[in-house]
Design a protein around this ligand. Sequence first.
Ligand code: GCO
Length: 480
Amino acid sequence: MSDSYLPKDFLWGFATASYQIEGAPHEDGRADSIWDTFTRIPGKIADGSSGDVACDSYHRTDEDIALLKQCGAKAYRFSLSWSRIIPLGGRNDPVNEKGIQHYVKFVDNLREAGIEPMITLFHWDLPDNLHKRYGGMLNKEEFVKDFENYARVCFKAFGDKVKLWITFNEPWCSSILGYSTGLFAPGRTSDRSKSAEGDSSTEPWIVGHSLLIAHGAAVKTYREEFKEKDGGIIGITLNGDWTEPWDPNDPADVEACTRKIEFAICWFGDPVYFGKYPDSMRKQLGNRLPEFTPEEVALVKGSNDFYGMNHYCANYIKHKDTEPDVNDFVGNLEILYHNKDGEAIGPETQSVWLRPHPLGFRKLIKWLSDRYGGPTFYVTENGTSLKGENDKSLEEILEDDFRCEYFKGYIGALADAHAKDGVDVRGYMAWSLLDNFEWAEGYETRFGVTYVDYTGGQKRHPKKSARTIGKIFDQYIKKE
Ligand code: GCO
């Protein structure tokens, strides 16, 4: 046991997202989101599934709160379904009181149970109507106004009870997976006709820009109309992995490591803290990357009360000598799981992209802290799938030692970052409370500390990790 520690009032708990757990897609007035329509397209989801039922959490809020209590969680990060609150999405569309009431009750029940709610306004499930009506996130003018309106409706409805707000979850995923690779809703793979230069791959950068401006607009609204009265804080959640050079003796690989982080994280982080995109991105993307107007800089720069950090793993990075492909979104480099000497960055999991490497967590949070002048961090997701978990017997699944070790490693690394590197971190939400709909991977991949028996009446079975996390935090959080 190290002598590292986390601060006395450290807030820890679990994270989920509406489309991944709620089900009940057409109940109480909810309309389709882009994920409802996307999952209906054959071949998009590995097991042909959807979030139609998911964990049925819409009907099982009490069970979920009981699970949180059982784990000893102090906080719960969940996302609101925009399509429940404003089913058609837009600023002139009706607000659905039933949708609001569902979440009011949920927030009240959480607080009664002594669990601090942390709300994500947008975890990818855009009302489908906005996508159809005007192209959704591609249409900056309309999208920003509609998101800002939706955010205001939420601040009004929940602001007196909720003190921790996240505007967007992982804008990188909405932009790249939704508009470049097409692996996520709405499944677009760039549109040649939109490009200034007549090449492809312009859409993801336009979408990223819209998301940043919409984030800035919602933060401005919160600060001007609610903050004084409600006293909460608001930020954006960015995802990103740590990078190690494939060949540490090759300066080009070392440089590519930084470039990879800039393309993945600083794409959004730099505008929020500095009011501009990273030079490496401008250099590679030219005028396919939008410019900020002075008004936009004023909106976006300084718009984080805290940095929401989603982090899972690390990679080895090898630079490329060739000219960047027009569709490249990583910074003209290769992402690898082994280094020059054939050493693996971490063990395999059920997710091809996820190789645990706890030290990378400490290094990345320190790196971000240095770059952005020591902001306050909330870790808003961290967790792992487990290779072959879905094929094991229930008894074996419930003994998820691999996941317990993952949390021990990562939470220990976080305590080191706090105690030894001086990083200001106030909270940590493990991904996830429950096994759930893992987007394009469907239900094959499980991330929960609770096993959900999808065909056995949705019964919840806490795994060993559900009991372990609290013990880990107990060791690190200062008593006084
Ligand atoms: C995210 C994702 C989660 C995923 C998790 C595991 O915010 O990255 O939002 O929804 O389920 O990351 O892949």
